[in-house]
Write a protein that binds this ligand. Structure first.
Ligand code: TYM
Length: 325
């Protein structure tokens, strides 16, 4: 960490975001959010975490959770998050977050949370919804607000969660006095919702992903499986994913030269994906050789984030009437 973060970063502002360790991150996570973490790490005082408590809402398997958590840590470092600039930590190392979430729970009504998209979607699918899943946005508000966050780079699907965090901050501030900053989402328009191999939003739950660290075989299989609309000259779903890797002019040339040749166009996308992923995969493999060094980064980041959170919570406890001595 820099000695005096508030003056060492260009904007003087705080950036925070996270990824849930439920399996392997995909190209949609990367372009929608993770790439921004890397690009902005010099401009903001940056806090990037692994949302392992959020993962518990859908994952009840110790080994899977441990593996995914270490996996996301390796992914973060392989894409270029530098622990010298960024505090990397895991959510469960900051118990103050769950404490704050409880205080927020007591300010948040059930009907308000029932309007959240994620809850409504789960309900529409008749899924059994645990209390943790229902409360998901409140825990997320605590993640964000406890670190005095200014900006939160995310994909479109998290926009409502940032709005909820703002609402909760306002509620607290109204009840107890100015305490929390209102965070802003940072969503890049052209990658707000990266499509998957079937044209819907790329998502693990749709089984339409291209993993960010896919092997060559996985890349081939995923791309060959992209759903193409027969009849049109440009395979829309191939083009949409291809546009993540090449600019419009390049694509214009490629898609004009190979008009109607879906297989060829898919092969060209495979080449681009392989070239993009290979160095990332190699960096990740190298990091994996020394897992204990990588885990040390997480442990140290946890200390830094926890100290900040504790400072904030001391103030919160006092304001709400929990601190008597
Ligand atoms: P998660 O793990 O589902 O996704 C990580 C990030 O990837 C973005 N994303 C996408 N962006 C564009 N196109 C897509 N197809 C796509 N799929 C996923 C997500 O928007 C997200 O930014 N709730 C969060 C984790 C979290 C968090 C936080 C984030 C917990 N607390 C506080 C920010 C701040 C989540 O499950 O993301």
């Amino acid at each position: 960490m820099a000695d005096n973060p508030s003056t060492s970063f260009r904007t003087g502002k705080i950036l925070l975001s996270g990824v849930k360790p439920t399996g392997r991150p995909h190209v949609g996570n990367y372009f929608g959010a993770m790439k921004q973490f890397v690009e902005l790490q010099h401009d903001y005082e940056t806090y990037i975490f692994i949302a392992d408590l959020h993962a518990l809402t859908t994952m009840q398997n110790r080994q899977e959770l441990e593996e995914s958590t270490v996996g996301v840590l390796l992914d973060y470092m392989a894409i270029g998050l530098d622990p010298k600039n960024v505090t990397i930590f895991k959510q469960s190392d900051i118990p103050q977050v769950t404490e704050l979430a409880w205080i927020f729970n007591c300010l948040t009504t059930m009907p308000y949370l029932m309007r959240a998209h994620a809850f409504k979607d789960a309900e529409a699918k008749n899924k059994e919804i645990n209390v943790g899943l229902f409360d998901y946005p409140v825990l997320m508000a605590a993640d964000i607000l406890i670190q005095n966050t200014d900006v939160v780079p995310v994909g479109q699907d998290q926009k409502q969660h940032i709005e909820i965090a703002r609402d909760i901050a306002e509620k607290f501030n109204n009840a107890y006095g100015e305490t929390f900053k209102l965070p802003e989402p940072l969503i890049l328009e052209n990658v707000a919702t990266v499509p998957g191999t079937d044209g819907r939003k790329m998502s693990k739950s749709y089984d339409n992903t291209i993993p960010l660290f896919a092997s060559d075989e996985e890349i081939e299989k995923a791309v060959m499986g992209i759903v193409t609309d027969s009849g049109s000259e440009v395979p829309t779903n191939v083009y949409a994913i291809h546009s993540l890797f090449r600019n419009k002019n390049d694509l214009e040339v490629i898609y004009t030269e190979n008009k109607g040749q879906y297989k060829k166009l898919k092969e060209l996308l495979i080449d681009d994906l392989k070239n993009f992923i290979k160095p990332l995969r190699e960096k990740r493999q190298a990091l994996e050789e020394d897992k204990s060094a990588v885990l040390e980064v997480l442990k140290e980041g946890g200390k830094v984030a926890r100290e900040r959170a504790e400072k904030k919570m001391e103030k919160v406890r006092e304001l709400v009437g929990l601190k008597l001595y």
